[in-house]
Ligand binder design. Structure first.
Ligand SMILES: Cc1cc2nc3c(=O)[nH]c(=O)nc-3n(C[C@H](O)[C@H](O)[C@H](O)COP(=O)(O)OP(=O)(O)OC[C@H]3O[C@@H](n4cnc5c(N)ncnc54)[C@H](O)[C@@H]3O)c2cc1C
Length: 557
């Protein structure tokens, strides 16, 4: 893990690099030309220049050995600059992942060493034309090449689709089926029989090179099989999902905030009906404040998960999925609202928010779509519900009630209501066997993500009040502001869980008319409705903080 000072210095260098090399005019021009600025990407990865990739290479292989929290902070900052460039750097990280997780010490020395020393760009080749969310449908093959009965190499045949850095990388980690199952191989650019297509013409992240790859009898030596044992590929990919999804979650945070940080100052200068937009509740409370609350709820979950991974709690794949789901959905909503916040100007290239909105759109698609996240979350937590005989979320609710006793203003009581309602919904779904409906299974994933994020933001607000927040934690908001944000988000989460839960459980035929009153009572609907009291004044408070004003806004026209 990096020392706090080192992380701060790295973030500062990154900002300075971007200011010099990637001002808005350059970004707009490259976006219009649909061009990956490969020299800039190479300079970012060049150890003698910015050397950003050194952060995620372990120290023993020449890197700086950044931890999960460090990587989250760097990823957020990169996304604030440009999500296409951030994706190029991410691709090297993803490409080196199977090596970090599963390679032999010799392989690590070669490949991680080359990334550290030469700034070698990697690409991560998993997706195929017929195998996207379902990687099990993989068709690329790696056939053994034998000499005197010994495996000396492999011949790779097949195709990969949508590969970031596909046309510019120096090396590729490629998932292919061996006789013993999916396995990762390193293929260098220029290998005979290996070609890439022209860059895709994309909706967003146009500064990132994305290309299809084709393999026709591409020979690699046996030492290019990562880990030296066939059939480990899917395990090696799974082992880092928590971590890599946090990186994309950080992209959602960075891009969402980059958009809001353009909308907020804009609204202080734009005068309509005699006063700045920033003074109009109908503007701030729709287009700004709710998005800040959602992004900060997601950030809490990202930070909590990063801290736990760094503390050695394992790969935390489900937590990574919740973080990615919440942060990328919030990032998309924030960017879309920022276009609206700038009105007609927001719809033009010059003001950047439309570019950010196009760019951030990818984050709910790559590294697992939002729907696949919903499924992952739901399936995993469903097991917790079954194993605890329905008590899992009631227990989490009781922990939040205990937190509320110590910190009555951080919204933990409302987050607890969301958890209790969730437990009741899951139980009703179990009894009525509702998860046989895929839509119910996926919706459960969404409710879980909201409830758990509400709990996480309440904990962050409490820790901040106690002065015990992680030393690298984002400090944009002080304890009272975080408490107000937490109450706002907890109200949204509780209402979402209870009302949408009721809707879909009834919609799937899970409750009879006779049972309905008792079911509504079990969800504590009326307590959740009562908890909405104070919402508007909390939003006023957050708007005051965002616009650095003390007094409450006057009622605007
Ligand atoms: C710009 C870009 C860069 C990328 N970079 C890389 C990269 O570097 N390396 C790499 O390997 N891949 C990369 N990808 C691929 C990306 O990870 C996949 O696009 C993604 O996993 C989704 O796969 P798919 O596109 O085949 O969509 P599909 O899996 O066909 O999904 C289409 C839709 O169906 C939904 N869906 C899928 N399965 C189910 C199901 N079982 N039940 C219900 N709904 C379902 C999805 O949520 C989605 O909404 C990139 C993609 C893009 C667009």
């Amino acid at each position: 893990m990096l020392a706090q000072k080192t992380l701060k210095l790295s973030l500062k260098s990154l900002k300075e690099f971007a200011k010099k090399r990637l001002p808005d005019e350059t970004l707009i021009e490259l976006d219009e030309k649909d061009e990956c600025p490969i020299d800039i990407v190479r300079d970012m990865c060049d150890p003698d220049k910015l050397g950003i990739q050194l952060l995620f290479i372990p120290e023993e292989y020449g890197g700086m050995g950044g931890g999960t929290f460090d990587v989250y902070c760097i990823c957020e900052e990169m996304a604030r600059i440009d999500l296409g460039i951030a994706t190029s750097v991410l691709a090297t990280f993803l490409g080196s992942d199977p090596i970090t997780v599963g390679a032999t010490p010799e392989q690590k020395k070669v490949w991680l060493g080359r990334i550290a020393e030469e700034g070698l760009l990697f690409a991560y080749g998993a997706t195929e034309p017929e195998a996207g969310s379902d990687l099990g449908a993989l068709r690329t093959t790696a056939d053994r090449v034998l000499q005197d009965g010994r495996v000396v190499g492999y011949k790779i045949n097949g195709a990969k689709q949508w590969i970031s850095n596909g046309g510019v990388a120096g090396a590729y980690t490629v998932l292919a089926n061996t006789p013993s199952g999916p396995s990762w191989f390193v293929v260098e650019s220029g290998a005979k029989g290996f070609t890439h297509d022209r860059p895709e013409d994309k909706h967003g992240i146009r500064l990132s090179n994305t290309a299809a790859l084709a393999f026709s009898d591409v020979y690699v030596d046996a030492d290019r099989l990562i880990g030296g044992v066939e059939g480990q590929g899917l395990n090696q990919a799974q082992a880092v999902f928590g971590y890599t999804r946090l990186m994309v979650a950080a992209f959602g945070l960075g891009a969402g905030w980059a958009a809001l940080d353009r909308a907020i100052p804009y609204s202080t200068k734009r005068i309509q009906a005699g006063s700045p937009l920033s003074e109009k509740q109908g503007y701030t409370h729709k287009l700004i404040v709710p998005h800040v609350a959602r992004l900060e709820a997601a950030r809490s979950y990202v930070e909590e998960t990063a801290e736990r991974i760094d503390a050695g709690e394992g790969s935390l794949n489900t937590e990574g999925a919740i973080a990615k789901y919440m942060a990328t959905e919030a990032g998309n909503q924030a960017a879309d609202a920022s276009i609206q916040a700038l009105g007609g100007y927001g719809y033009t290239h010059e003001y950047m928010v439309e570019k950010i909105s196009r760019d951030v759109r990818i984050t709910t698609i790559y590294e697992g779509t939002s729907e696949i996240m919903e499924m992952t979350i739901s399936r995993d937590r469903w097991q917790f519900h079954l194993k605890t005989r329905g008590q899992h979320y009631h227990e989490k609710a009781r922990e939040l009630e205990a937190l509320h006793a110590r910190h009555p203003n951080v919204g933990a009581d409302i987050a607890a209501l969301a958890h209790h309602a969730l437990a009741e919904l899951l139980e009703k779904a179990r009894v009525a066997r509702l998860t046989r409906h895929q839509h119910i299974l996926f919706r459960i994933g969404e409710w879980i993500a909201y409830a758990e994020s509400a709990g996480s933001l309440a904990r962050r607000a409490a820790r901040t009040a106690e002065g015990k927040v992680h030393e690298k934690s984002n400090r944009r908001f002080d304890a009272p502001a975080l408490a107000a944000l937490s109450r706002i988000f907890a109200r949204e989460a509780a209402l979402k869980v209870a009302e949408e839960g009721l809707r879909w459980v009834c919609g799937a035929g899970g409750v009879s008319a006779t049972d309905m009153p008792a079911f509504e009572t079990s969800l504590q609907m009326s307590a959740i409705h009562r908890a909405q009291a104070g919402l508007l004044s909390d939003m006023d408070t957050v708007a005051d903080v965002l616009y650095a004003r003390v007094a409450k806004p006057a009622l605007a026209a």
